[in-house]
Design a protein around this ligand. Structure first.
Ligand code: SAJ
Length: 447
């Protein structure tokens, strides 16, 4: 701790600090409610009037935040608003807005706009600004700092505390350690004080860039390992071995191995995006993360591989793909969530639309998630009348026993179907009739 704590740090320690959360999505909303629960005064600013209106009516739009939790937050003083002045004159600002890629470039417009809001709304007193959005290494220093410090007399403390929310996961918020990066001791100590109020463990690092690198590394680690097993699918199809059993067998090793499983591709807002931040940054320095780029390409081609295998199997069953009736189980990007961002399941369904009659079943996705008309359960679909059922997302809500008893043929891309059922089940990675399939997802013929 450097010297006696200053006024801002005292206000943080005494939970007197006013916190302004900018961006009330799957990161900002849970964080705002956690700060409320820790005893802080919290205002939240989101540009989406519809979302703010839903919050004011305790109607949550975030999968892991209940309506009751929102109501409790409102009752405890949480103030969501769609006007920047909602977060006027706060001691702390947390930027939790979306980022992504615009083609080959990181999309930072929401972060820049949030920084502008901080510059406009922050008062003259010492202020802590925390970036929790996932950004490329260097962005807090290069993008946020110049905007929030422009024209200010009193210093602003910058920290980077990357979010580690795990949608649909079962680890409690306070049990997930948070990395706290800042370039100065006083900023780091203030940010540690703040986040120690909501999680049991914070891990300080000496710069915002280190925290940004840690975050993008965490998610790149997942992406490349998923790509590895996805690429093994094309090898497994030529072997009598079972790639899923091989992964589970390898996972019996009590050290040095973490299981990842093949699938129809990689969706969500983190795993397909964050590694591209790293690759883009490396390009800027003349480096080239070819391994990361190739892994991303493998994952991006999995929806096409799934469609190719499905059509190969339909043809082998004497069903022209153009005439096929297909039921796709799942539209979300992963089990037990309603989020469809970058969903490979929807990409499979969209590709199949060009060639077959497809109906999609998903109990979690709402009208915000897709313009498609969705069935809500396999029981609503005509499984018996379908030429193929393709299992793309293994939601707990799916009764796969029923699917196995009712469907004729199931292409299981998640290895989730029960072992002994009436349906003819082919699992992704099984040996299949090699009529028209492509031997390797990286082959140039796969667009
Ligand atoms: N996926 C596979 N095979 C796997 C694991 C995932 O194909 O073995 C697919 C999923 O179906 C999904 C995509 O990859 O389409 C991403 O899945 P994910 O389990 O990584 O879920 P996310 O995107 O919600 O990732 C979040 C991340 N959390 C943050 O970035 C804060 C990630 O770091 C977590 O590790 C992950 O949740 C988690 O563990 O669930």
């Amino acid at each position: 701790m450097s010297g006696s704590i200053d006024e801002l740090h005292r206000r943080l320690a005494d939970r007197e600090a006013d916190i302004g959360v900018i961006g009330l999505g799957y990161v900002g909303l849970p964080l705002a409610l956690e700060f409320i629960e820790a005893g802080f005064d919290v205002a939240g600013f989101d540009i989406d009037l519809g979302r703010v209106d839903r919050l004011l009516h305790a109607d949550s739009y975030v999968d892991d935040v209940s309506d009751g939790a929102v109501q409790e937050g409102l009752d405890a003083g949480f103030t969501p608003g769609a006007e920047p002045k909602t977060v006027a004159d706060c001691d702390v600002y947390v930027i939790a807005v979306p980022t992504g890629m615009n083609g080959d470039e990181p999309r930072m417009d929401a972060v820049e706009a949030a920084a502008e809001t901080v510059a406009e709304q922050s008062g003259p007193r010492e202020t802590l600004v925390v970036v929790s959005s996932t950004v490329y290494p260097g962005a807090t220093r290069e993008v946020v700092t110049p905007i929030v410090t422009d024209g200010r007399d009193t210093p602003i403390r910058l920290a980077m505390v990357p979010e580690r929310l795990n949608p649909g996961g079962d680890v409690a918020f306070e049990e997930i350690p948070l990395v706290v990066g800042a370039d100065t001791d006083i900023a780091r100590e203030a940010a540690v004080e703040l986040f120690d109020a909501v999680v049991t463990d914070t891990h300080p690092v000496n710069s915002t860039e280190t925290a940004e690198l840690a975050k993008t590394l965490e998610n790149t680690y997942r992406m490349v390992n998923i790509a590895l097993v996805n690429e093994l699918v094309t090898l497994a199809e030529g072997l009598e071995g079972d790639v899923w059993d091989a992964i589970d067998a390898a996972a019996t090793k009590p050290f040095g191995f973490q299981p990842f499983y093949p699938g129809p591709g990689v969706g969500g807002h983190c795993i397909p995006i964050d590694p591209q931040f790293l690759a883009w940054r490396a390009d800027q320095f003349g480096g080239e993360l070819s391994f990361v780029r190739d892994a991303h390409r493998v994952n991006e081609q999995m929806p096409e591989l799934v469609v190719d295998r499905l059509e190969t199997m339909l043809s082998a069953r004497g069903i022209p793909p153009d005439d096929a009736v297909v039921v796709a189980l799942g539209a979300a990007y992963k089990p037990n969530v309603g989020d469809t961002r970058n969903s490979p399941a929807l990409r499979v369904a969209d590709r199949l639309d060009d060639r077959a009659q497809v109906s999609v079943v998903d109990p979690h996705v709402d009208a915000e998630g897709t313009a498609r008309r969705l069935l809500r359960s396999p029981e609503e679909a005509d499984l018996a009348g379908a030429d193929a059922v393709v299992l793309l997302v293994d939601h707990d809500a799916f009764d796969l026993e029923y699917v196995g008893e009712t469907a004729e043929f199931v292409f299981d891309t998640r290895n989730a179907m029960p072992d002994d059922c009436n349906a003819d089940v082919v699992t992704l990675g099984e040996v299949i009739e090699r009529s028209s399939w492509k031997p390797n997802v990286l082959s140039p013929t796969v667009d």
